[in-house]
Design a protein around this ligand. Structure first.
Ligand code: NAP
Length: 254
């Protein structure tokens, strides 16, 4: 599936690797100008350079979404340098690992600061600029199967991703007549830095063998659903959560 995103400007949070980098490449391949943001500046600068070397129009911008006050100035820079903002991909996220009995207060807070608070304020700042410019905006929140399925040992992460699912609906309702479609994509497990230390372990292998298809997904498995949400086809779709998980949230075993 290809969509025409020529003339559109997108901002991707957490684009320094993993799914965020993948979405930035996909948006570029479909014609959008892209602001790639994250904390690790050398990574996003290398990505922007690579996108520009292959016909893209990308800028790299340092943005720690846990610093909510940094979000508005970053968006102003994007609008100034790329000429607007049409698509926000709220992708930045952390795993919040740790049993409920063990996780530190600081790790819990950081999980919500990135996965929930950062996502909310990025959505708000993007919406303010989309509404002011009168554009048909798109906000794609990267949720997870953890939005609706218990992942054992990841209660902080599950709570944060459930919040992403409900924020998606609430914001979609609030901005329904403002021309902004707010949707969420809930992927199953894809090997990235967020989880790559887990899969080779005994527990990881056991979990993998419990998936109905006994495999991890590939980032490209998300492309069609992502482009549906980021592109013109989302005109009449808002407040939706699409799970693309290779059946991983179905009962396992068997
Ligand atoms: P990843 O490879 O670890 O990437 C996470 C990204 O988030 C990095 O680019 C990181 O960049 C960024 N990030 C972390 N803290 C940040 C902060 N304070 N401010 C801004 N950016 C921050 O993980 P991933 O798998 O690509 O995850 C991307 C999203 O997909 C997350 O929301 C995750 O929950 C979701 N997801 C992943 C999977 C999966 O199986 N991989 C499944 C479902 C959902 P810096 O460190 O440079 O800031």
């Amino acid at each position: 599936m290809a969509v025409d995103l020529k003339g559109k400007v997108a901002l991707v949070t957490g684009a320094s690797g993993g799914l965020g980098e993948h979405f930035a490449r996909l948006l570029t391949a479909n014609g959008a100008a892209v602001a790639v943001t994250a904390r690790r500046v050398e990574k996003i600068q290398a990505l922007a350079d690579d996108l520009n070397a292959h016909g893209g129009n990308a800028i790299a911008l340092a943005l720690d979404v846990a610093d909510a006050h940094a979000i508005a100035p970053a968006m102003d820079k994007v609008v100034a340098e790329l000429g607007g903002l049409d698509i926000l991909v709220n992708n930045a996220g952390i795993g919040g690992e740790g049993l409920a009995l063990d996780i530190s207060i600081e790790d819990f807070d950081q999980t919500f600061a990135v996965n929930v608070r950062g996502l909310f304020f990025a959505a708000r700042e993007a919406a303010r600029r989309m509404i002011a410019a009168g554009v048909e905006g798109r906000i794609v929140n990267i949720a997870s199967i953890a939005s609706h399925t218990v992942l054992p040992g990841l209660s902080a992460y599950c709570g944060s991703k459930a919040a992403v699912a409900m924020l998606t609906k609430s914001l979609a309702r609030e901005w329904a007549r403002k021309g902004i479609a707010v949707n969420a994509l809930a992927p199953g497990y894809i090997e990235t830095a967020i989880n790559d230390a887990w899969w080779p372990t005994e527990g990881g292998q056991k979990q993998l063998k419990g998936f109905p298809r006994r495999r991890l997904m590939d980032a490209t498995d998300l492309d069609e659903a992502f482009l549906l949400m980021a592109g013109p086809a989302a005109r009449a779709m808002t407040g939706s959560l699409i799970t693309v998980d290779d059946g991983q949230s179905l009962p396992g075993g068997g």
